[in-house]
Design a protein around this ligand. Structure first.
Ligand code: ASP
Length: 437
């Protein structure tokens, strides 16, 4: 058995957190490959080291003094070194960083130092080898992650190692420039490493005990999700359920490796298993509920639309031409509605309308704003009757007006459009009706 363990920023924010991490790693021999994030927040008002690095580099780029900011970052690491009584010194590393910042090395290099330095400390503390991902996580000249090449190079290297610490979040391009993933990207590195060593499990350690059925800022003390499929997770994270970087599922998914989200501060909690498919039934018909506010609907009417071949294409061309992606497109006989992100649409509104008139020649167009979309997701829905009835009964009892309904063709989700101001209440009423049935 081989497990890859990735620890998020809050799991490695202080010496005390490092101690928890070490006892988790040493508790199981299988936990051989470790992917750390940069030190995160130690308390809610704290700043992540990654953010400090971006800020510090922004000063350097403008030619302003940045020594004070860099010293602050160094203190974050020194506190960990002192707290763990490590004998390692980062003086030379910080001198290199200062020089490179002054020379305008680039924002990605700057940000990547958070993981790099934390990796050095963690490797030293665990007594594991340190592997710099600059050599093994490969991006193309265009800055696109090269999954196949990385997998070849990384798996060859790791196959000769018993243990290693591989910092998350970055790699490099053929010209040697450091390139990072998008924010939260250490999750992706963990997944890449898991694939490269053909791990049996990818454990992703964070500060919550897995995915929750609903957002705890909306529903009080929601239940945790025990097992979720990749597909369900995609639907939920697309709709705003955080915890794991969206792209982190791809490397392990193709290799059939499950992910277990675990809590560094409560390691005994089972957490959430993310799997390709499962015979395990979710506790409720639904697996989770998530949603987002801030959508606009564009209602397009045209008599005999249903018999006009190519009408949908013309409508969508108007959006495509303006670089706007659409979220949903429910249609009637002579009407078709396109849901888009309000913020994206606002800037290009008049240009889209002009294109719609020119291309599709509708009878009328009506725009409505301030919609929220809620996804009710569950693999068990497909085989069960009454799910929709239950959702809409709950919304009816809460006197919430439903503006749009869309059952995904996977039959694993039902998307509901409501007004922004009904969003929270809608989620609460759906949650209550399934969890306290
Ligand atoms: N440290 C990076 C960030 O804050 C990457 C990560 O933690 O995953 O986004």
């Amino acid at each position: 058995m081989v497990k890859v363990v990735k620890f998020g920023g809050s799991s490695l924010a202080s010496a005390e957190q490092f101690q928890k991490v070490k006892s988790i790693i040493t508790a199981e021999e299988e936990r051989r490959f470790v992917v750390p994030s940069a030190p995160g927040k130690r308390h809610p008002a704290d700043t992540k080291v990654t953010d400090l690095l971006y800020q510090c580099y922004a000063l350097a780029e403008l030619g302003h003094p940045f020594d004070k900011q860099l010293a602050e970052i160094k203190t974050r690491y020194q506190d960990i070194i002192d707290g763990l009584k490590l004998s390692v010194s980062l003086d030379a590393e910080f001198e290199t960083i200062r020089e490179k910042f002054a020379a305008g090395i680039g924002k990605d290099y700057a940000a990547s130092r958070g993981e790099y330095l934390n990796g050095i400390l963690l490797a030293n503390y665990l007594g594991y080898a340190f592997l710099d991902p600059a050599e093994y996580i490969i991006f193309t000249d265009a800055g696109v992650f090269d999954g196949e090449k990385t997998n070849r190079v990384l798996s060859a290297r790791l196959s000769t190692m018993e243990n290693a610490v591989i910092p998350g979040f970055y790699g490099s391009m053929p010209n040697g420039r450091i390139k990072t993933f998008s924010r939260g990207g250490s999750d992706i590195t963990g997944s890449i490493v898991a694939r490269a060593v053909r791990a049996n499990l990818y454990e992703n350690w964070t500060d919550v005990s897995g995915f929750l059925v609903a957002d705890p800022r909306i529903v009080e003390d929601p239940e945790a999700i025990e097992t979720i499929t990749y597909r369900e997770l995609r639907e939920l994270s697309y709709m705003g359920a955080g915890v794991l970087h969206e792209e982190a599922i791809f490397p392990v998914r193709s290799a059939g490796i499950p992910i277990n989200i675990k809590n560094t501060n409560a390691p005994e909690d089972a957490g959430t298993f993310i799997v390709e498919s499962t015979s395990r039934k979710p506790r409720h018909i639904i697996t989770g509920i998530a949603g987002k506010k801030g959508f606009t609907s564009i209602n397009i009417e045209k008599d005999m639309m249903n018999s006009e071949i190519g009408f949908g294409r013309k409508v969508l061309t108007a959006f495509e031409a303006n670089g706007i992606s659409f979220e949903h497109m429910p249609s009637g006989i002579d009407t078709l509605t396109v849901f888009v992100h309000q913020s994206e649409f606002e800037e290009k509104e008049q240009s889209v309308l002009a294109d719609l008139h020119r291309l599709a020649k509708p009878d009328s167009i009506e725009i409505e704003t301030d919609f929220a979309l809620i996804a009710v997701v569950g693999r068990a829905m497909k085989a069960k009757w009454g799910t929709a009835a239950k959702i809409f009964t709950a919304l009816h009892k809460a006197s919430i007006n439903v503006k749009m309904i869309d059952q995904g063709s996977s039959e694993q989700n039902i998307i509901i459009g409501v007004r922004n101001h009904d969003f929270e209440e809608a989620i609460r009423s759906i949650y209550n009706s399934f969890v306290f049935e």
